[in-house]
Design a protein around this ligand. Structure first.
Ligand code: ARG
Length: 287
């Protein structure tokens, strides 16, 4: 991935020649949904009056973890803390690149106690100092790594000042994107990284300038429908070939298969009641 604008590889009307997709082994951090519940509302998906089937949530989460293991990835677990009902959303705890950990600083006070719990995991796992951010940022909820580049969202949770801070700390270029639709309050609800060259996203979730920026950087991007974005189809996790994706995102699944990726459907309907899907439950550790 380079910052130079690219021209689409396929002209309209020509037949697409499929690239062979390559999976690379990943290392993930997850948090069991032992204390998962919806007891407050900090995004439009959450409604404490709608009951959560916590047993089903646990089974769905276990399926997700087992899916990663089956694909050959490593899954580390952090100890869930009583009372921290959203701690299952491990993606929000940090942004890790080159073994450097840029810590989270939650915008919502109810989630802030998750930050030290996750920092303790990184320290115990030998990552040394976790950067204590000066600005609100919810980790990989609003940061996505595409090869050397970092895409960063703001608009609802992460302070745009955190984008510059992350660039300074990680030494990687950060491209700021602005989210405009409260249903897509984190970047990872509207965009995911397919591989080192490409992403999938839902353009209407972004400001006009951010859409133009994405179109320049990723002229071949997979564009999702609103229906697929609304079932957290873009809250997906790709290893370069296998894409763990919400099973209800049927058009997206077909598009991915047509591009030579291998969709691996999962059902996280109970987690969706808190506003999250597969990616939200998954923090990637990049050594
Ligand atoms: N209920 C959580 C919140 O509103 C959901 C977080 C989902 N995580 C994510 N990476 N999008 O903060």
């Amino acid at each position: 991935m380079s910052l130079t604008a690219k021209t689409p590889t396929t002209a309209p009307g020509t037949t697409t020649v499929q690239a062979a997709r390559t999976a690379t082994r990943r290392e993930y951090l997850m948090c069991p949904p032992t204390h998962f519940d919806v007891v407050y509302a900090i995004n439009p998906w959450m409604d404490p009056s709608v009951p959560v089937d916590r047993d089903l949530a646990r089974r769905q989460w276990a399926d997700l973890r087992d899916t990663y293991l089956r694909l050959g990835h490593t899954v580390h677990l952090v100890e869930p803390q009583p009372g921290l009902v959203d701690m299952v959303f491990a993606a929000n705890c940090a942004l890790v690149a080159d073994s450097q950990v840029y810590g989270a600083r939650f915008r919502e006070p109810v989630r802030e106690p998750e930050a030290p719990a996750y920092r303790a995991w990184f320290a115990a796992a030998g990552f040394g100092e976790v950067f204590l951010p000066g600005y609100a940022n919810e980790g990989e909820g609003d940061f996505a790594v595409v090869a050397d580049l970092i895409l960063a969202g703001s608009g609802f949770r992460t302070d745009p000042a955190a984008h510059g801070e992350a660039q300074e700390f990680l030494g990687r270029p950060v491209v700021s994107l602005r989210l405009t639709d409260p249903r897509f309050y984190h970047l990872d609800t509207a965009l995911f990284v397919l591989d080192d060259d490409n992403v999938a996203y839902y353009p209407p979730a972004f400001s006009t300038g951010s859409r133009r920026t994405l179109a320049r950087l990723f002229p071949d991007a997979v564009l999702a429908t609103e229906a697929d974005a609304l079932v957290f189809g873009l809250n997906s996790v790709s290893d370069g070939k296998n894409v763990v994706v919400a099973q209800a995102a049927t058009d997206l699944i077909a598009q991915l298969a047509a591009r030579g990726y291998r969709p691996v459907p999962v059902d996280l309907s109970e987690l969706a009641k808190a506003g999250g899907g597969a990616k939200c439950c998954t923090q990637e550790i990049r050594r």
